[in-house]
Design a protein around this ligand. Sequence first.
Ligand code: BDP
Length: 653
Amino acid sequence: MAARASGGGMAGPGCLLLLLLALGRAAAPPGGMLYPRDTPSRERKELGGLWSFRADFSPGRDAGFVQRWYRQPLRETGPVIDMPVPASFNDITQDPSLENYIGWVWYEKEVLLPLRWLQDDHTRVVLRFGSAHYYSIVWVNGVQVVEHEGGHLPFEADISSIVQGSPGIPCRITVALNNTLTPHTLPPGSIQYMSDKARYPKNYFVQNIRFDFFNYAGIHRPVVLYTTPSVYIDDITVTTTSSESVALVQYEVSVVGSSFYSLSLSLRDQEGKVVATSDEPAGELKVLNPNLWWPYLMHESPGYLYSLEVKLQAQAAGALLEDVYTLPVGIRTVHVTSTRFLINGKPFYFHGVNKHEDADIRGKGLDWPLIAKDFNLLRWLGANSFRTSHYPYAEEIMDLCDAYGIVVIDESPAVGIKLPESFGNKSLQHHLAVMEELIRRDKNRPSVVMWSVANEPASQLPPAAFYFKTVIAHTKALDPSRPVTYVTDANYALDLGAPYVDVICVNSYFSWYHDSGHLEVIPLQLTAQFENWYKAYQKPIIQSEYGADSVPGLHSDPPQMFTEEYQKALLGEYHSVFDKKRKDYVIGELIWNFADFMTSQGTTRVLGNKKGIFTRQRQPKAAAFVLRERYWKIANESSCLPPVITSHALFLK
Ligand code: BDP
C-alpha cells in the first residue's frame, strides 16, 4: 500500500532528537511479568479513571524535560486537563491539534496507598502498565522508575523503596509518553520536515506511516499497583502434551528474592478437584482422562481450563513468607503437517476474522462493554478464531479467548516494514526483544496456536531473507511448542522469508485494489494464488485477509464498489474457491475486517477503513449475514459434535 501520512505539526528539529537518543534498548526487560491477580498473598489497586494531562506544545516539544515537570505536581507547571485512562487521548477533546499531535504528552495521577502496603519490609509494591503507546518514561515522586519502548506490551517497576520511604503522603505517578515512530520502531514510521517555505509554515513536519490504521496514542490499557511478598513467584511456564487418556503438563516455576524456599503445586479441575500435585520447581504433572481445551464449536464445552495453584514458602530475615499465584491452564496440542493444522490431533479450519482494537472516542483504549460485545458478535457469527492484526491485544481480551475457546494467531506490532533501513541490525534487535516480550506474556495461553512475527513486510527486498530467518529462528527457540508464520502480501511474487515459516498466511485483494470492479477474475486469480504458493512451499495456507470496503446503507444491483452488495458478492466469489481448496491444503479464511476502523486521512479512506462486516459501532452490514451462514455451516460439517448445532444453542456460554 502507498505511504500514508498522519498528523502534522510544528516543532524545532531538535524535538525528536530527544526521542531518538532515548530509543534503542534491545533486550526485553527482566522479570516474568505474570498478570497481576488478587490472591491470598497479593493485592491489586486499579488506577483507572481521570488523570491530569498535558501535551507539550513547546516548539521543541521538550519543555517537560527542560523544566522537569516530573519534580512537582503537573498542575503547578502549567494548565492541565482531565484525561481518561485507559483511552487514547486523540479523540477525547475538540482540539484537532491534539487529535494529530506528535511528540511528548504528560500524564499524572496521585494515589494514596494502604498503610499495610507501606509498613511491612516484606511487601513489594509494583506499578504496572498493560500498555502505553509508544515510548514511556515513568517517575514516582519525581524518581524515574522505568522506561519502555513499544506500544502494545506490558511493563512494570518495583516502587517499594520509593513509596515505603514516605508513608502517609500521596504517591505521585508521572508518565511522559511519545508517539513518534521512526524507521526502527515497531511499527516503523518516519518524520518528514516540509522545508518549502512557500507551502508550509516554519518547522512543519508530518509523521509518515505505512500501515492502515490511525496511530492512536495514550495509556491504552489498565494501570495497576499490586503487591507481592519480597520473596515471590516471578514466572511460571507451562506446556502440555496429551494422548486420549493421559496428559502431561510440563511446568517450570521461577522464584525471586531467595534461594531458600519450598513450593507446592496443585492442579485443579473446574469442579475444584485436585488432579495432580508436585513440590518441585520444575517437572511434569500427570493428568488421567484429561478434559482437553477445545476451540469454540469443536466441542460442547470449549475452552476448558484447569487452575494451577502455586504456593511458595520462604524464610526471609526471620519471617516466614508465603506467596500464592494461580494460573489458568488449558491442555491441548498443536501440530502442522504439509496440508493440515491439527489441534488435539484433529484438523482445525480457521473460520474467523481479523480485528483491530478500535472504537469511537476511546480509540485503542481498553473498554469492557466493547470487549463483551465483540465476543458476543464473534460467537453469533460462528467465528472460531482471530488474528491480532496488527499488534498484540490486551491481556484481558486474551483471557477471554482462553476461556471461550477462541483460537488466536498472535501477531507482533511489526506492520508496515517497507523501507530497507527498517531491516537493519537496530530494527532486528528490537524485533527480537519484542518477540521475547510477547512470548513471555502469552506463552501459557492455550488459545494462542501460532505466532505471527509480522504483517506484509517488504519480503521481496534482499535483507528480508536474513532478517526473517533470524526472527523466526529466535521465536522458535523461545517457544518450540508453537508454529510461526508471518503474513505476506500476495503481490510479492518473490518472498524471501517464506522458506522459514510453518504456515503460509497470504493477504489478497483481487477485484479491489487490482482489477477494481471485476468480480469475475476472482476464481482464476485466487485459484492460481493458492496453487502457486503450494507448489513453491508445500505448506498449508491460510487466506489471512480478503475483503472489500462498503459504506453501510449504500446499495446497487448489479453490485458496484463500496456498496453492501459488492462486499457480499466479492465474499461469495472467494468462498467458492475456498470450498474447493479447503479439501486440499487451505486451512483457514480470516475476513478483513471484523469492524470498520479509523485510519489516517487520505483519498481512499472515508472516515476510516470500511472493510468491516460490522460498522465501527458494531452493527451488521449485509456481509455479516453471509459470513454467519457460512461459518455455522462449516462448523456443522467439521465439528466433532453431533451434527446441526444451532447458533442459539451454543453461542452463549
Ligand atoms: C492490507 C493490510 C491491512 C489494510 C488492508 C486494506 O494488511 O492492514 O487495512 O490492506 O487496505 O494489505 O484494507
